[in-house]
Design a protein around this ligand. Structure first.
Ligand code: B12
Length: 469
């Protein structure tokens, strides 16, 4: 059989960052499985590089039997256009191709998938893809139990992926350190962060590659593709600390010297021995989901970490020369200006190597999303079901301009009055400047007066923030 795997192009305007182009590793595993079973595979990554493959007659020319489309919510507008065009080919009797759809969007919004799609796969695709191709599946909507043994999965089809123009570099590794390969070694999350939709896509069960399985693929990448670094691009690489230790010990024992970085949490990195071991094993940087410097907000988000843990983790990383990237959120429900100031102050005090703010926009599936939708306490909901809270626009302009110097994340909203938005942004800056004037006289005041002024200052900012923004 001839199987075409495709991703969707990015939406032209989106509240999310769309410029990081990395290999789609979920689709990659499916490609390896299908190819290993003797089928001919084709792969077009429209997210990397939008193509006119349907208009160009790719499906007819290559006699494609199945087109397997990976969909996520944020790119779903483009997915829908693509699916409709494929179905048009069939209606015009130009092809009899069958359509299979999978990926995170099928779990959070299955009803949005058009009736002409032949198979909708929720969750993991490995167990089901061959059954569909071999004609052994009767249902249209399929969800299999979670895989128990991820080690049995084949390596990524690196021969295909390494030839495409993905970002094969990583922050902190330097421009000359390439290729840096991304890996995904775990699935699901048992934690309860209110803003995260991973549990609704994957469930709470946490499955993972063994340390040795990860090391084998790294060795393969070094040997065959001259890998110069590894970037574990997954929710939380260090969740299973026993595995992290085993992985580090394995790299050291097998004398594999390669820099790597991973996504992690502050609570995992409060163990000095572990941080030291990670550093000795080549960990060059960690990407930390800090979210906020306000304990009140962290608790409201059920993040399960404390400010003390954040301080300790970043301190240990510095001590053992592991670079830190802190990811932060603003624009959360019930957040005050003081919460933002606490976050900024924490970052200034700890000075991680990089910190970035994202303005909260709700993606379907998270507990926070569900409650905001239920209470109708959002300002706007777009055609993809993404929620925006009051003040989103002005915060997006303010924070993204400050942090990235560009407005790449600015969302599309027909109702937006840009002038008004700019005006509010200017007001935000002015409020900040005027109220901060008091800081200049602070050092000359007695402590009790300085404390009182600080309190008044924050209250004033909170009031102005709420009135104007
Ligand atoms: C690494 C990652 C990235 C990387 C790499 C993305 C890539 N090219 O794969 C980068 C940083 C580039 C990225 C970008 C984005 N990401 Co991202 N990303 C992730 C992360 C952390 C891991 C993805 C992964 O490798 N998973 C492991 C593999 C095995 O799973 P998988 O890809 O889902 O594939 C499995 C199944 O879904 C299924 N499947 C997938 N496709 C298909 C197709 C068919 C036909 C079938 C049968 C089955 C099937 O089978 C696969 C194997 O079991 C996930 C969170 C998560 N835990 O999943 C978020 C996540 C997928 N990303 C998300 C989002 C929103 C984005 C962006 C849209 C915006 C952004 N900047 O964050 C862009 C879009 C990029 C794109 N088109 O892929 C959301 C998607 C939410 C949703 N409802 O759709 C997630 C779930 C995070 C979240 N909770 O919000 N991301």
């Amino acid at each position: 059989m001839n199987i075409l795997f495709v991703t969707s192009a990015a939406s032209k305007v989106s509240p999310f960052f769309m410029l990081e182009k990395r290999p789609p590793l979920g689709l990659g595993t499916l490609i390896s499985i299908v190819r290993n079973h003797g089928h001919k595979v084709f792969f077009i990554d429209n997210f990397l590089d939008p193509s006119g493959f349907i208009e160009d007659g790719f499906i007819q020319k290559n006699k494609i039997d199945f087109v397997a489309v990976s969909v996520n919510t944020v790119c779903y507008r483009e997915s829908l256009k693509m699916l409709k065009k494929i179905d048009k080919l069939r209606r015009e009797k130009l092809s009899k191709v069958k359509i299979i759809v999978g990926g995170p969007h099928t779990s959070v919004a299955p009803d949005s998938i058009p009736g002409f799609v032949d198979y909708i796969v929720q969750g993991e695709g490995e167990e089901v893809i061959l059954d569909i191709i071999n004609g052994n599946v009767k249902e249209r909507m399929i969800k299999k139990p979670r895989l128990k043994d991820l080690d049995s999965l084949p390596f990524q089809p690196w021969d295909i992926l390494s030839k495409l123009a993905y970002n094969y570099q990583a922050p902190f590794f330097g421009k000359d350190t390439k290729p840096v390969f991304t890996m995904n070694t775990s699935r699901g999350c048992p934690l309860n962060c209110a803003f995260c939709s991973v549990a609704s896509i994957w469930g709470k069960e946490y499955t993972f590659f063994s340390a040795q399985r990860i090391i084998s693929e790294i060795e393969y990448l070094i040997k065959n593709y001259d890998a110069k670094g590894v970037f574990f691009r997954e929710d939380n690489f260090t969740l299973n600390t026993a595995r992290t230790r085993e992985f580090c010990d394995g790299l050291i024992r097998q004398k594999i010297e390669i820099p790597w970085m991973c996504e992690s949490r502050a609570d995992d990195l409060c163990d000095e021995d572990l941080v030291k071991l990670m550093s000795s094993a080549g960990c060059a940087a960690v990407y930390l989901g800090i979210e906020s410097g306000s304990q009140r907000i962290l608790d409201a988000l059920h993040k399960g970490i404390t400010i003390e843990q954040i301080k300790k983790a970043i301190g240990l990383c510095k001590k053992y020369d592991i670079k830190t990237y802190c990811s932060l959120m603003v624009g959360l429900p019930n957040e005050t200006y003081e919460d933002f100031l606490l976050t900024r102050r924490l970052m200034e005090d700890l000075s991680p190597d990089i910190y970035r703010f994202s303005v909260f926009a709700g993606v379907p599936g998270s507990p926070l999303y569900n409650s905001l939708r239920e209470d109708r306490s959002y300002e706007h909901i777009d055609d993809l079901g993404i929620l925006y809270l009051p003040g989103y626009d002005v915060k997006a302009r303010f924070f993204y301009r400050i942090n990235s110097g560009s407005l790449v994340k600015y969302r599309f909203r027909q109702r937006t009055d840009y002038d008004k938005c700019l005006l509010r942004e200017l007001r935000l800056e002015r409020i900040d400047k005027i109220v901060n004037c008091a800081d200049r006289i602070m050092p000359f005041l007695p402590l009790f007066l300085a404390k009182a002024i600080t309190k008044i200052k924050l209250t004033l900012k909170n009031i102005l923030f709420r009135i104007f923004i």
